[in-house]
Design a protein around this ligand. Structure first.
Ligand code: ADP
Ligand code: MG
Length: 682
């Protein structure tokens, strides 16, 4: 008979109700969560140093025998426990503050391993002290904290490294073999994977590199396999649903295309055909429209929206910021003005009477096209008959939101536009349920933006250059990391910069400022003024990052650019280079870290979005790749999307086979249950 597995973490040895609460902050609720809580890194503590050879500057493990113990009460709230250890080469003191109770652990004559670094100050007086060393009795057969490759876990307050390590160590030994292995046995055999117990032990407490690698392979596979099953299963589910059927509306779209002042690029035509074909099927479309900034995604989305509206459905387009939603509203109203559609803007900052009116227009079907921000999810909005939802700049929204809008509006077709080129591995992992259309060519006549990197000391020269651009009739963006000066962060603020430009570098020009603290009306007015050329230079924060389209702007200056991520820099650069003139992106930066330097180097070297995205993923992890506001992007616990691409491809292939050939729910109930849990989490 199987020993019972504790369902609740508090019944696991060493935990209890109080610590269970703390573990729950780390999302650890049960045994499986605990055993799958993997180290964030390891320290090699296998080598033991002689006391004589132990010097300040790095940590080391030593082995010594207790020869003396002393407690000093220094003052009311400070006592010091000093335990002296010796080996055949010298002595060393372990020093603990306010932990007198430890005294009983160290019996004279007993051997211990200690780990830590030497106190510099006492070393000057020829004494070797380690403050708060990690210690472990040397009389054991198996070590947890020392004399091994030691795991280090991410912690939360109230849980120490030593505590978590011990609890996991004990739980592994006691229960790991009772944990059900969710990988089907034919897969385990196929790859000759380690047994689950061994893999778990090998990842938490690897004996050597070889064991770690084998454990990693198995658990990385498991993680990616589950994610693949999740996305593919979702897709399968969606395929089964009855979607919105669109019929070819014929002339209206052709004449719209013919009325454009330019020809569509081949990539735009191809993407549009793919989308149209999907829309005219009776299964719901789930498609990602990927294309670098300025590649002309909006036009393709507009065609899809015309198709849905001409079929009598409502179209919805959702943007990540109010500025962008408003800009879509202005641009789409202009583009569609010859067609008789009713276009509605819905953003957060509306008075309640306004918003009531708008909601009524939506539910009564008076609106044909609704453009908005996440306010589109608001309670109290009932869509009557949505045929197509377009989500712009998807990386700002989570998977969760994407599904919640769909739930609100029935089963419409879904088109997600993104300018962030998503590396293939990420796309497969997180968007495996989407089909992809790629706009991989720019409209003709665009000159690539020239990118330059200057140090701060050259700012005068930078703005001299900007001045020349302004004189020839162009406009400029200047982006700063902060809105106003900050005591804690040393970076230029938009306010300081605006003043400096107005007073000094660009004093004859109209310099204005735009940031998120302005009211919606003010922002709208500024964007309008900039569009119309009343403002020469717009100093701003990253509010202009996404989608802002002013083709007369020829320079983008990014101050303290070391503070921005690569994808963000690339987005910013995409704001220029939209007209016929040569455009420039100038980063002013003093990188202080290796990462920041490599970001800037990649950025100045290439403006190929995919190259940038791959480099960015390498420098940051996948979770961060989408920015901090991202929801629904689980950070992978084991697998790396850079290093484990081969494993990913295998996992994807296997998941595809299973989904194709079997009924997950009945044939692989364990997997089914597991991906269901995942679905709830992300
Ligand atoms: P994206 O949304 O992909 O960043 P936009 O749709 O905003 O790009 O397009 C950028 C600019 O290029 C717009 O001013 C648009 O009118 C123009 N444009 C789009 N397609 C073409 C084309 N085929 N030829 C020339 N200009 C185009
Ligand atoms: Mg766009």
């Amino acid at each position: 008979m199987k020993e019972n597995i504790p369902q609740d973490i508090q019944y696991i040895k060493g935990v209890g109700p109080k610590r269970a609460e703390k573990f729950s902050r780390l999302d650890i609720e049960n045994l499986r969560d605990l055993l799958y809580y993997f180290p964030r890194e390891y320290e090699d503590r296998r080598e033991v140093k002689k006391i004589k050879n132990f010097c300040p500057g790095s940590e080391a493990v030593i082995k010594g025998r207790v020869i003396e113990k002393k407690i000093q009460n220094i003052r009311k709230n400070l006592s010091v426990l000093r335990v002296t250890f010796s080996d055949d080469t010298g002595t060393i003191d372990g020093v603990w503050f306010n932990q007198n109770y430890l005294k009983n652990k160290f019996k004279n004559g007993d051997y211990f391993y200690l780990y830590g670094s030497l106190n510099n100050k006492s070393y000057k007086y020829n004494k070797k002290d380690i403050n708060n060393p990690v210690y472990e009795s040397a009389e054991k057969t198996e070590y947890i904290h020392l004399k091994r490759i030691t795991p280090l876990y991410s912690l939360t307050s109230g849980l120490t490294q030593k505590r978590v390590r011990k609890i996991i160590f004990t739980a592994l030994n006691q229960y790991a073999n009772l944990l059900e292995d969710i990988l089907p046995s034919f897969i385990r055999k196929k790859y000759n994977f380690l047994k689950l117990t061994e893999a778990l032990k090998g990842l938490h407490f690897p004996e050597d590199r070889k064991q770690y690698i084998k454990a990693h392979q198995r658990l990385a596979y498991e993680e990616l396999f589950l994610l693949q099953l999740l996305v593919l299963n979702r897709k399968q589910g969606a395929l089964k649903k009855q979607g919105t059927i669109h019929h070819d509306p014929g002339e209206i779209i052709n004449s719209f295309i013919n009325s454009l002042p330019f020809d569509m690029t081949d990539a735009q035509k191809r993407s549009w055909q793919e989308i149209k074909t999907d829309m005219e099927k009776n299964i719901p479309m789930q498609r990602l429209l990927q294309g670098d900034v300025g590649s002309g995604k909006t036009l393709v989305a507009v065609l899809a929206l015309i198709e849905t509206m001409a079929n009598g459905y409502q179209g919805v387009i959702m943007a990540p910021t109010e500025i962008l939603a408003e800009q879509h509203y202005i641009r789409l109203s202009e583009m569609l003005k010859k067609l008789d559609f009713n276009i509605t803007l819905l953003v957060g900052s509306l008075s309640s009477t306004q918003s009531k009116k708008i909601k009524e227009k939506i539910s009564s079907k008076e609106s044909d096209l609704i453009i908005g921000t996440h306010a589109l999810f608001q309670e109290g909005i009932s869509y009557s008959n949505v045929g197509l939802v377009v989500i712009d700049e998807q990386h700002r929204f989570g998977v969760e939101q994407r599904y919640s809008l769909k739930r609100k509006s029935g089963n419409p077709d879904l088109l997600i536009m993104t300018a962030t080129p998503i590396p293939r591995s990420l796309a497969l992992t997180f968007y495996g349920d989407l089909d992809v259309s790629l706009i991989d060519e720019m409209p003709p006549g665009r000159k690539p933006v020239k990118t330059m990197w200057y140090r701060k000391k050259s700012r005068a020269a930078v703005y001299n250059f900007v001045r020349k651009q302004l004189k020839s009739g162009h406009q400029a963006f200047v982006v700063c990391p902060l809105i106003e000066p900050s005591e804690d962060i040393s970076a230029l603020s938009a306010e300081e910069t605006k003043k400096e430009l107005t007073d000094k570098y660009l004093n004859n020009f109209n310099v204005s400022i735009l940031h998120s603290q302005l009211s919606a009306d003010e922002k709208k007015q500024k964007m309008k003024d900039f569009h119309q050329g009343n403002i020469d230079v717009l100093v701003s924060t990253t509010v202009i990052e996404v989608g802002v389209d002013v083709s007369n702007a020829s320079v983008m200056v990014i101050e303290d650019a070391q503070r921005f991520g690569l994808a963000q820099l690339h987005q910013l650069r995409g704001r220029v280079g939209r007209g016929k003139q040569q455009s420039y992106c100038i980063v002013v930066a003093e990188p202080t870290t290796e990462d920041a330097r490599s970001r800037l180097e990649v950025f100045t070297k290439t403006d190929d979005g995919f190259e940038i995205a791959e480099a960015d993923l390498k420098i940051r992890g996948p979770g961060e790749f989408f920015g901090t506001e991202q929801h629904g992007m689980p950070d992978l616990k084991v697998a790396s999307l850079i290093k484990d691409q081969k494993i990913l491809n295998k996992a994807r292939k296997d998941a595809q086979d299973i989904i194709k050939q079997s009924k997950l729910e009945t044939e692989f109930p364990l997997l089914y249950e597991e991906i269901h849990k995942l679905e709830v989490k992300i």
